[in-house]
Design a protein. Structure first.
Length: 70
């Protein structure tokens, strides 16, 4: 199921063993599974996506960094 959300604060993800990457503030689409949350967004002509553990996603939501649309 896809949900709409908004990045309201500093939300980061990591690609492999690389450094943390910040997701820009603004609207995103979120797909969740029991283990992951995948966030997708567009920024002008480019598109981005990031996967993170569901526990990390829930912490960002609880802290108000990600706001789910009602």
């Amino acid at each position: 199921m896809t949900e709409r959300a908004r990045i309201k604060g500093k939300v980061e993800y990591r690609e492999g063993d690389g450094a943390n990457i910040t997701i820009r503030r603004g609207p995103v689409e979120v797909q969740t599974t029991p283990t992951d949350a995948t966030l997708s967004w567009t920024d002008g002509d480019s598109r981005g996506s990031a996967a993170m553990p569901i526990a990390d996603f829930r912490v960002y939501v609880a802290k108000g960094m990600i706001e789910l649309d009602a």
